[in-house]
Design a binder for this molecule. Structure first.
Ligand SMILES: Cc1cc2nc3c(=O)[nH]c(=O)nc-3n(C[C@H](O)[C@H](O)[C@H](O)COP(=O)(O)O)c2cc1C
Length: 198
């Protein structure tokens, strides 16, 4: 059975995006999928040092917990990523992971010479986010960042669940409809990404 990778990008253990992702994961599990979880705040991952040690093989040279995440990202059939909005982008934990994936960008465009803009998005991703305010453009910058990040993984942004006006830890519990939507989306994700053979 192919795996879904679920990456938790909030520094909070029971944050809003954590609870939402937990529901999406439960939906996927209930559909028979295998899900591997990564909680970024528990890992030691250095920011990208921009030394381009990845130029030869496409593998980052910094020896830390990213090495295992790199393999998991390549190995999974679908990705669920959750991050709160911090200053109109993803959390620092999430951004550090994204920047380390520059090694994959190098592999794709410099080593394998895939032409820029050529889309071959073989896998799907679900992005989950929450922010405190209600501005119309709250998620705009983040979604652009997420799309470009997914491109290096040859993943399509299949769906984004973005919720406004959630601030304190557990605020999302006041909105059971958001949690239900996340659960249903997790279920749908399994069919959409064909992680379970039918
Ligand atoms: C460092 C920091 C920056 C934030 N920046 C924004 C922001 O730019 N816009 C916004 O609406 N909320 C912002 N917030 C609020 C969080 O997005 C909000 O509390 C969210 O629900 C947290 O999700 P979590 O519980 O999953 O971590 C910020 C919070 C922190 C701690």
């Amino acid at each position: 059975m192919k795996k879904i990778l679920a990456i938790y990008g909030s520094p909070r253990r029971k944050g809003n995006t954590t609870l939402l992702l937990d529901h999406a994961v439960q939906g996927a599990l209930d559909m028979g999928a295998q899900v591997e979880k990564i909680v970024l705040r528990d890992l030691r991952i250095s920011p990208c040092l921009e030394i381009y040690g990845c130029k030869k093989t496409g593998r980052c040279m910094i020896q830390d917990d990213f090495q295992e995440v790199y393999d998991q990202l390549l190995d999974c059939q679908g990705l669920m990523l959750a991050s709160p909005i911090f200053f109109y982008t993803v959390s620092a934990h999430t951004k550090i992971l994204m920047d380390r994936c520059q090694s994959l960008w190098v592999k794709k465009y410099w080593i394998d010479h895939i032409p820029y803009g050529q889309k071959n998005l073989k896998r799907k991703a679900l992005f989950i986010s929450a922010g405190a305010t209600k501005g119309k453009r709250l998620f705009e910058g983040t979604l652009l960042t997420v799309r470009y990040f997914l491109d290096v993984l040859d993943m399509e942004l299949w769906r984004a669940l973005c919720y406004r006006e959630l601030d304190s830890e557990g605020d999302v519990l006041k909105h059971p409809e958001y949690l239900q939507e996340a659960y249903a989306t997790g279920r749908e994700f399994v069919s959409a990404s064909k992680v379970v053979e039918e």
